[in-house]
Design a protein around this ligand. Structure first.
Ligand SMILES: Nc1ncnc2c1ncn2[C@@H]1O[C@H](COP(=O)(O)OP(=O)(O)O)[C@@H](O)[C@H]1O
Ligand SMILES: [Mg+2]
Length: 235
Protein backbone atom coordinates (compact mmCIF):
# COMPACT_ATOMS: atom_id res chain seq x y z
CA UNK A 1 0.00 0.00 0.00
CA UNK A 2 1.09 3.52 -0.66
CA UNK A 3 0.61 6.09 2.04
CA UNK A 4 1.24 9.78 1.71
CA UNK A 5 4.67 9.55 3.33
CA UNK A 6 5.85 6.71 1.08
CA UNK A 7 7.16 8.02 -2.22
CA UNK A 8 5.68 6.41 -5.32
CA UNK A 9 8.98 7.01 -7.10
CA UNK A 10 12.26 6.63 -5.28
CA UNK A 11 15.22 6.76 -7.64
CA UNK A 12 18.69 6.80 -6.20
CA UNK A 13 21.94 7.55 -8.05
CA UNK A 14 20.85 6.07 -11.34
CA UNK A 15 23.11 6.06 -14.35
CA UNK A 16 22.24 4.90 -17.83
CA UNK A 17 25.07 4.27 -20.23
CA UNK A 18 24.88 2.68 -23.66
CA UNK A 19 27.77 1.40 -25.69
CA UNK A 20 27.61 2.99 -29.13
CA UNK A 21 30.21 1.97 -31.71
CA UNK A 22 32.41 0.57 -28.97
CA UNK A 23 32.34 3.73 -26.88
CA UNK A 24 30.26 4.48 -23.79
CA UNK A 25 27.50 7.04 -24.25
CA UNK A 26 26.50 8.48 -20.88
CA UNK A 27 22.80 9.23 -21.20
CA UNK A 28 21.91 9.65 -17.49
CA UNK A 29 24.39 10.50 -14.78
CA UNK A 30 23.75 10.00 -11.07
CA UNK A 31 20.04 10.85 -11.25
CA UNK A 32 18.05 10.84 -8.01
CA UNK A 33 14.35 11.61 -7.73
CA UNK A 34 11.56 11.17 -5.23
CA UNK A 35 7.92 11.75 -6.09
CA UNK A 36 5.07 11.48 -3.60
CA UNK A 37 1.46 10.50 -4.32
CA UNK A 38 -0.62 13.38 -5.74
CA UNK A 39 2.49 15.33 -6.75
CA UNK A 40 2.79 16.75 -10.24
CA UNK A 41 6.43 16.94 -11.29
CA UNK A 42 7.48 18.55 -14.56
CA UNK A 43 10.75 17.64 -16.26
CA UNK A 44 12.10 20.22 -18.68
CA UNK A 45 15.35 20.46 -20.59
CA UNK A 46 16.80 20.60 -24.08
CA UNK A 47 16.20 17.95 -26.70
CA UNK A 48 18.63 15.05 -26.31
CA UNK A 49 19.29 15.73 -22.62
CA UNK A 50 17.87 12.36 -21.47
CA UNK A 51 14.26 13.11 -20.46
CA UNK A 52 12.64 10.29 -22.44
CA UNK A 53 15.38 7.90 -21.32
CA UNK A 54 14.52 8.64 -17.68
CA UNK A 55 10.85 7.94 -18.37
CA UNK A 56 11.77 4.62 -20.01
CA UNK A 57 13.74 3.65 -16.90
CA UNK A 58 10.87 4.68 -14.60
CA UNK A 59 8.52 2.52 -16.67
CA UNK A 60 10.91 -0.43 -16.54
CA UNK A 61 11.13 -0.37 -20.33
CA UNK A 62 14.91 0.10 -20.18
CA UNK A 63 17.34 -0.99 -17.50
CA UNK A 64 19.57 1.34 -15.50
CA UNK A 65 23.31 0.70 -15.68
CA UNK A 66 23.71 1.45 -11.97
CA UNK A 67 21.72 2.86 -9.09
CA UNK A 68 18.33 1.88 -7.68
CA UNK A 69 14.77 2.46 -8.90
CA UNK A 70 11.92 1.74 -6.52
CA UNK A 71 8.45 2.37 -7.90
CA UNK A 72 5.41 1.94 -5.66
CA UNK A 73 7.58 -0.04 -3.25
CA UNK A 74 8.95 -2.47 -5.87
CA UNK A 75 12.61 -2.48 -6.81
CA UNK A 76 12.64 -2.80 -10.58
CA UNK A 77 16.00 -4.56 -10.86
CA UNK A 78 14.52 -7.59 -9.09
CA UNK A 79 11.72 -8.15 -11.62
CA UNK A 80 11.86 -10.30 -14.75
CA UNK A 81 10.09 -9.28 -17.99
CA UNK A 82 6.76 -10.87 -17.05
CA UNK A 83 6.80 -9.39 -13.56
CA UNK A 84 7.70 -6.02 -15.04
CA UNK A 85 4.81 -6.13 -17.50
CA UNK A 86 2.36 -7.07 -14.74
CA UNK A 87 3.78 -4.44 -12.45
CA UNK A 88 3.57 -1.76 -15.16
CA UNK A 89 -0.09 -2.54 -15.89
CA UNK A 90 -1.06 -2.30 -12.23
CA UNK A 91 1.08 0.67 -11.28
CA UNK A 92 1.30 3.15 -14.10
CA UNK A 93 -0.32 4.76 -17.05
CA UNK A 94 2.04 5.93 -19.77
CA UNK A 95 1.34 8.62 -22.33
CA UNK A 96 3.99 8.45 -25.02
CA UNK A 97 4.99 11.12 -27.52
CA UNK A 98 3.59 8.99 -30.29
CA UNK A 99 0.27 7.50 -29.39
CA UNK A 100 0.81 3.74 -29.90
CA UNK A 101 -2.88 3.08 -30.43
CA UNK A 102 -3.88 -0.22 -32.02
CA UNK A 103 -5.02 0.73 -35.54
CA UNK A 104 -7.59 -2.04 -35.95
CA UNK A 105 -9.42 -1.20 -32.72
CA UNK A 106 -11.93 1.56 -32.05
CA UNK A 107 -11.21 4.20 -29.43
CA UNK A 108 -13.49 2.34 -27.01
CA UNK A 109 -11.68 -0.96 -27.59
CA UNK A 110 -8.20 0.61 -27.37
CA UNK A 111 -9.09 1.92 -23.92
CA UNK A 112 -11.09 -1.19 -22.97
CA UNK A 113 -8.25 -3.54 -23.87
CA UNK A 114 -5.85 -1.69 -21.58
CA UNK A 115 -8.37 -1.90 -18.76
CA UNK A 116 -9.04 -5.61 -19.36
CA UNK A 117 -5.33 -6.33 -19.17
CA UNK A 118 -4.88 -4.25 -16.01
CA UNK A 119 -8.02 -5.58 -14.30
CA UNK A 120 -8.94 -9.03 -15.64
CA UNK A 121 -11.58 -9.46 -12.93
CA UNK A 122 -13.89 -6.89 -14.55
CA UNK A 123 -16.86 -8.00 -16.62
CA UNK A 124 -17.20 -7.00 -20.27
CA UNK A 125 -19.98 -4.62 -19.31
CA UNK A 126 -17.85 -2.99 -16.62
CA UNK A 127 -14.94 -2.65 -19.05
CA UNK A 128 -17.16 -0.97 -21.64
CA UNK A 129 -18.70 1.33 -19.09
CA UNK A 130 -15.37 2.42 -17.57
CA UNK A 131 -13.69 2.82 -20.97
CA UNK A 132 -16.59 4.94 -22.21
CA UNK A 133 -16.40 7.06 -19.04
CA UNK A 134 -12.65 7.61 -19.49
CA UNK A 135 -13.22 8.68 -23.10
CA UNK A 136 -16.03 10.97 -22.03
CA UNK A 137 -13.68 12.54 -19.47
CA UNK A 138 -11.27 13.48 -22.26
CA UNK A 139 -14.11 14.90 -24.35
CA UNK A 140 -14.46 11.98 -26.75
CA UNK A 141 -17.89 10.63 -25.83
CA UNK A 142 -18.90 11.05 -29.47
CA UNK A 143 -15.84 9.21 -30.87
CA UNK A 144 -16.14 5.81 -29.16
CA UNK A 145 -16.49 3.84 -32.37
CA UNK A 146 -13.82 5.65 -34.36
CA UNK A 147 -10.59 3.90 -35.28
CA UNK A 148 -7.34 5.87 -34.82
CA UNK A 149 -7.07 6.76 -38.53
CA UNK A 150 -10.45 8.47 -38.27
CA UNK A 151 -9.26 10.65 -35.39
CA UNK A 152 -7.17 13.83 -35.43
CA UNK A 153 -3.76 13.87 -33.72
CA UNK A 154 -5.24 15.67 -30.73
CA UNK A 155 -8.05 13.14 -30.47
CA UNK A 156 -5.58 10.24 -30.67
CA UNK A 157 -3.55 11.81 -27.89
CA UNK A 158 -6.69 12.08 -25.77
CA UNK A 159 -7.48 8.40 -26.41
CA UNK A 160 -3.93 7.70 -25.25
CA UNK A 161 -4.59 9.65 -22.05
CA UNK A 162 -7.92 7.87 -21.49
CA UNK A 163 -6.12 4.56 -21.91
CA UNK A 164 -3.40 5.60 -19.45
CA UNK A 165 -5.87 6.67 -16.75
CA UNK A 166 -8.71 4.17 -17.19
CA UNK A 167 -7.38 1.62 -14.67
CA UNK A 168 -6.78 4.38 -12.12
CA UNK A 169 -3.03 3.76 -11.65
CA UNK A 170 -1.17 5.49 -8.80
CA UNK A 171 1.37 6.87 -11.29
CA UNK A 172 1.03 8.62 -14.63
CA UNK A 173 4.09 9.12 -16.83
CA UNK A 174 3.68 11.48 -19.77
CA UNK A 175 6.21 12.39 -22.45
CA UNK A 176 5.34 15.77 -23.94
CA UNK A 177 1.62 15.05 -23.70
CA UNK A 178 0.66 18.40 -25.21
CA UNK A 179 3.44 18.61 -27.79
CA UNK A 180 1.20 17.81 -30.76
CA UNK A 181 -1.98 19.46 -29.56
CA UNK A 182 -3.64 22.75 -30.36
CA UNK A 183 -3.94 25.14 -27.46
CA UNK A 184 -7.49 24.25 -26.50
CA UNK A 185 -6.96 20.49 -26.55
CA UNK A 186 -3.64 20.92 -24.74
CA UNK A 187 -5.36 22.87 -22.00
CA UNK A 188 -7.96 20.10 -21.64
CA UNK A 189 -5.31 17.39 -21.38
CA UNK A 190 -3.40 19.41 -18.78
CA UNK A 191 -6.54 20.00 -16.74
CA UNK A 192 -7.29 16.27 -16.80
CA UNK A 193 -3.85 15.39 -15.50
CA UNK A 194 -4.03 17.91 -12.68
CA UNK A 195 -7.54 16.70 -11.81
CA UNK A 196 -6.19 13.14 -11.55
CA UNK A 197 -3.56 14.30 -9.08
CA UNK A 198 -5.99 16.35 -6.99
CA UNK A 199 -8.97 14.01 -7.06
CA UNK A 200 -7.44 10.54 -7.17
CA UNK A 201 -4.02 11.20 -5.66
CA UNK A 202 -2.29 10.12 -8.85
CA UNK A 203 1.38 11.10 -9.00
CA UNK A 204 2.18 12.66 -12.37
CA UNK A 205 5.60 12.95 -13.98
CA UNK A 206 5.41 14.89 -17.19
CA UNK A 207 8.04 15.93 -19.66
CA UNK A 208 7.23 19.21 -21.31
CA UNK A 209 8.65 22.03 -23.37
CA UNK A 210 5.75 24.26 -22.40
CA UNK A 211 6.85 26.81 -19.74
CA UNK A 212 3.23 27.58 -18.84
CA UNK A 213 2.57 23.89 -18.14
CA UNK A 214 5.80 23.46 -16.17
CA UNK A 215 4.95 26.52 -14.07
CA UNK A 216 1.73 24.85 -12.90
CA UNK A 217 3.51 21.75 -11.61
CA UNK A 218 4.28 21.31 -7.93
CA UNK A 219 7.95 20.90 -8.78
CA UNK A 220 10.09 21.47 -11.86
CA UNK A 221 13.23 19.47 -12.57
CA UNK A 222 15.64 20.36 -15.34
CA UNK A 223 17.55 17.72 -17.27
CA UNK A 224 20.86 18.94 -18.70
CA UNK A 225 23.20 16.51 -20.42
CA UNK A 226 21.91 13.59 -18.38
CA UNK A 227 21.91 15.37 -15.03
CA UNK A 228 18.67 16.18 -13.23
CA UNK A 229 18.51 19.31 -11.09
CA UNK A 230 15.57 20.72 -9.15
CA UNK A 231 14.63 24.22 -10.24
CA UNK A 232 13.04 26.51 -7.65
CA UNK A 233 9.57 27.39 -8.87
CA UNK A 234 8.77 31.10 -8.83
CA UNK A 235 5.23 31.59 -7.49
N1 LIG B 1 18.77 3.42 -27.80
C1 LIG B 1 19.59 4.46 -27.99
N2 LIG B 1 20.69 4.34 -28.78
C2 LIG B 1 21.53 5.37 -28.94
N3 LIG B 1 21.37 6.57 -28.40
C3 LIG B 1 20.31 6.76 -27.61
C4 LIG B 1 19.35 5.73 -27.37
N4 LIG B 1 18.40 6.21 -26.56
C5 LIG B 1 18.74 7.50 -26.31
N5 LIG B 1 19.89 7.82 -26.96
C6 LIG B 1 20.56 9.13 -26.90
O1 LIG B 1 20.51 9.58 -25.56
C7 LIG B 1 20.32 10.97 -25.50
C8 LIG B 1 19.08 11.31 -24.73
O2 LIG B 1 17.93 10.94 -25.48
P1 LIG B 1 16.46 11.18 -24.94
O3 LIG B 1 16.34 10.54 -23.62
O4 LIG B 1 15.53 10.75 -26.00
O5 LIG B 1 16.46 12.77 -24.78
P2 LIG B 1 15.23 13.81 -24.69
O6 LIG B 1 13.99 13.04 -24.43
O7 LIG B 1 15.63 14.72 -23.58
O8 LIG B 1 15.19 14.52 -25.99
C9 LIG B 1 20.29 11.46 -26.96
O9 LIG B 1 21.58 11.89 -27.29
C10 LIG B 1 19.89 10.20 -27.71
O10 LIG B 1 20.39 10.25 -29.01
MG1 LIG C 1 12.20 12.98 -25.54
Amino acid sequence: MTTSDTPIIDVHAVSYTLEIAGRPLHILRNVSLRVNPAEVVAIVGPSGSGKTSLLMLLAGLEQASSGRLTINGATLAGLDEDDLARFRRRTMGIVFQSFHLIPSLTALDNVGLALEIASPELSQAQVREMAAAALAAVGLANRLDHRPTALSGGEQQRVGLARAMVANPPLLLADEPTGNLDQETGALVIKLMFDLARERGTAVVLITHDPALAARADRVLTMTQGELVETPVAR
